[in-house]
Design a protein around this ligand. Structure first.
Ligand code: EPZ
Length: 419
């Protein structure tokens, strides 16, 4: 397995470009299954999860044409299988996103149940219950979701819990259902809005995207379109934290400050200077040490759980103590024990991490466990004394495009050791 070696102590300085959002590209590629004409998706990030999704669509018989900029044209006219195998689903839970589109367009789907993962059990009961309420016959047997439906019917759904991919799956399914579907307690994430934008461009009738109530009026068919994926707000936040932790200056371009206001507010609370433009954000922490802050993760527009690990790393070297509460996932502190091995003073009490900042972490061999935890270990390596070795970085490759190249562009001393 590949490893990353990071020599700490460099103050980052420079500009980088933000890639397209993984968590919008994945559902949008699934949404192309709904169209009876080719759909082209642009600004796709070069990530392992994208490759997995292309494999998933390809093994169904869907035509995929990829150009050198990773624009992907999807043509479903040759589809012959409606099946998502365990081998692929176990490596990428987001494969569940093909369930709604396959059921809505083709009336059938066999999708492996996604297993749990490092951060929690990750059930998909809300996806299944919602589709059943829309008239699907769904049986869960031998680790698979077997779904059938002549034609889905609109329903009034009130989700017990805010679920991002659950909202996306049900919204996609509702676009071709008979009648109107209302989804209450819907997720409001910018990625959900981007999926809705793409569906509307394909001919869907969707109102309320970005609010907690979606109203979808089913149509007979969806056609082709060209969609350009929105920038990745979590990649954006991760590089801003890198600038803050190293006391450097980092400007992230081709992004949108409006997508991560809660993150920018926390950086300001940490007394880090920020400048923003329409499509860029600059953090200037030169000569400064961040102040520790309190974080409580929750669904958008509150502070994103996907930025919790990065801010736990920031608090580890900040002035003072902070309290980090993780309310979305039951086990999303796997990075804490690795940060403790680097000297971080963090106490875990249930779903709260109490941090006491220290001046300097010390390098250590550490192991990545999930996507965002790995990012926090790389951030810690940037400021630790010595050479930090981060193992199992395939987790990182799932969500961060060319992380060592982008960090090296900012002056970091980081290189990949093929494993
Ligand atoms: C999406 O996961 C993201 N993934 C995650 O990003 C992100 O952390 C998460 O939303 C929360 O923002 C993609 O968009 C591909 P949820 P998702 O359904 O949709 C419970 C990353 O780092 N729940 O919003 O799987 C669930 O257990 C990844 O890029 C049910 O109980 O998350 C969790 O506690 C990690 N039943 C909570 O809801 C369900 O049917 C929120 O999960 C569905 C969810």
């Amino acid at each position: 397995m590949d490893k990353l070696i990071i020599t700490g102590g460099v103050t980052l300085d420079g500009d980088i470009r933000i890639s397209g959002a993984k968590n919008a590209a994945l559902p949008i590629l699934a949404a192309t299954l709904l169209a009876d004409e080719p759909v082209t998706v642009g600004n796709i990030p070069h990530l392992h999860d994208i490759t997995t999704t292309m494999e998933l669509l390809g093994q169904m018989g869907v035509g995929l044409v990829v150009d050198e900029k990773l624009n992907i044209e999807v043509d479903t006219s040759t589809i012959e299988k409606f099946y998502a195998p365990y081998e692929l689903v176990k490596t990428m839970r987001a494969s569940i996103l093909v369930l709604g589109p396959l059921l809505a367009r083709f009336g059938r789907a066999e999708v492996s149940l996604p297993g749990g993962c490092a951060i929690g059990s990750r059930p998909v009961n809300l996806h299944i219950e919602g589709l059943a309420r829309m008239g699907a016959d769904i049986e869960v047997k031998n680790g698979f979701i077997h779904a059938r439906a002549k034609r889905l019917k609109g329903a009034h759904l009130v989700l017990d819990q805010v679920t991002v991919t659950g909202t996306e799956n049900l919204m996609m399914a509702a676009t071709l259902a008979e009648g109107t579907t209302i989804i209450e307690n819907a997720a409001r994430e910018p990625e959900v809005v981007d999926v809705a934008r793409c569906l509307i461009a394909m001919g869907a009738h969707i109102e309320g995207a970005g609010t907690d109530t979606l109203i979808i009026e089913g149509v007979q068919r969806l056609g082709g379109t060209h969609h350009y994926v929105l920038p990745d707000r979590i990649e954006t936040g991760t590089y801003l934290v890198a600038g803050a932790m190293t006391g450097g200056r980092v400007k992230v371009k081709d992004t949108n400050p409006a997508m991560l206001e809660s993150v920018l507010e926390k950086l300001e609370q940490a007394e880090i200077k920020l400048n923003t433009g329409d499509d860029w954000i600059e953090v200037d922490a030169r000569g400064q040490r961040p102040q520790a802050i309190d974080i409580r993760t929750a669904p958008y527009p509150a502070f994103p759980t996907d930025m919790q690990a990065q801010f736990t790393a920031l608090n580890s070297v900040a002035e003072g103590s902070g309290m980090i509460s993780e309310t979305v996932f039951e086990n999303r502190f796997m990075h804490v024990q690795e940060l403790q091995r680097m000297g971080a003073d963090i106490k875990l009490e249930g779903n709260v991490a109490i941090t006491q900042g220290i001046k300097r972490l010390t390098a250590a061999p550490v192991m990545a466990t999930d996507l965002r935890a790995s990012a926090s270990l790389v951030l810690a390596g940037l400021v630790a004394e010595g050479d930090t070795l981060v193992d199992r970085i395939y987790h990182i490759d799932r969500g961060y495009e060319r992380i060592e190249e982008k960090l090296a562009q900012l002056g970091a001393r980081i290189h990949r050791v093929p494993g």
